[in-house]
Design a binder for this molecule. Structure first.
Ligand SMILES: Nc1ncnc2c1ncn2[C@@H]1O[C@H](COP(=O)(O)OP(=O)(O)OP(=O)(O)O)[C@@H](O)[C@H]1O
Ligand SMILES: [Mg+2]
Length: 275
């Protein structure tokens, strides 16, 4: 990390913002209110968070605190009740191809092939590319997620792990600036989960995009992140704490687990969640 960045991080911890040219996502005094039959429910309030270009941030917090709400607001899929969200300084006005989303279940078109599902996004985002070029992009990302043999298989004939791979390929293929992931590996077995974590990191690193990922898994949060963001419990949830993970990249699970700081990081997160 360059000195400038360390200073920026220190100043951030003292409540001063990062330099604006380094910021990809800026959440300012964000608020979300859901109307309910019993009156308004304030899920998020005074939520401030800045995420840097090319950063990998993981989000943890108790179930129901508002993580999905925050992510879907960044995606532009859920209206903002107060404050604002900017991407590269521009306030968001709804969903856009600059932000790709991967949910826990990939919601593919079941009757379409893996390739057709990825092409749906590619066609929308690259209307001026030739048909062959678009196919090439879709195939490249399906190859990256290990689906060489499944281009022409229908989505409903794929296993859950394979469907999630298609979801990852689809999100990367539209070449977003920001990738938003909501517990993308939550429903997968640990072997598939580990493999897809590695694929995700490899593509994230290569494409130099910004990733924001919600997870319930403290080890996953540490392994993937530059910073782990902890949200307080709702109602009126906000950012409670941020932990910098200073492990070198590329990381291996073995090196991370054997690192002296690993249990210190883990304890920090678990202590936060238990209080
Ligand atoms: N459309 C809605 N209308 C009313 N309340 C909602 C709506 N969506 C979410 N909520 C409430 O807002 C709170 C936050 O929900 P959210 O799904 O964002 O939590 P979460 O942190 O993602 O939880 P989990 O870890 O279980 O996925 C919850 O209390 C939930 O019941
Ligand atoms: Mg959620």
């Amino acid at each position: 990390m360059v000195v400038e960045e360390i200073k920026a991080k220190e100043s951030h911890e003292n409540g001063i913002a990062f330099p604006s040219d380094k910021i990809m996502l800026d959440l300012k005094d964000l608020k979300k209110v859901y109307p309910t039959p019993k009156g308004d429910y304030v899920v998020l309030e005074h939520l401030n968070l800045q995420i840097l270009k090319e950063e990998f941030v993981t989000i943890i917090g108790h179930s129901g605190c508002g993580k999905t709400t925050m992510l879907s607001m960044i995606a532009g899929l859920n209206p903002i009740s107060g404050g604002n969200i900017a991407v590269l300084g521009n306030p968001i006005k709804g969903p856009g191809p600059d932000r790709g989303v991967i949910f826990q279940s990939p919601s593919l078109m079941p009757w379409m092939t893996a390739l057709q599902n990825v092409l749906l996004g590619v066609n929308r985002v690259f209307p001026h590319a030739t048909k062959a070029q678009r196919k090439e992009i879709a195939k490249y990302y399906l190859h990256k997620v290990g689906l060489d043999g499944a281009f022409y298989k229908k989505a409903n004939e794929l296993s859950q792990g394979m469907q999630q791979r298609v979801g990852i390929a689809r999100a990367f293929a539209i070449k977003p600036k920001v990738l938003l992931l909501d517990e993308p590996f939550g429903m997968l077995d640990s072997l598939t989960r580990g493999e897809l974590q590695d694929i995700l990191i490899e593509i994230w690193n290569k494409e130099k995009i910004t990733a924001v990922m919600i997870t319930h898994d403290v080890d996953e949060a540490i392994f993937l992140a530059d910073r782990v963001v902890m949200m307080t419990s709702g109602p009126r949830a906000k950012i409670g704490d941020i932990l910098n993970i200073d492990f070198e990249r590329p990381r291996t699970r073995k090196a991370v687990l054997e690192h002296d700081d690993y249990y210190k990081y883990r304890k920090h997160l678990i202590d936060f969640l238990e209080h």
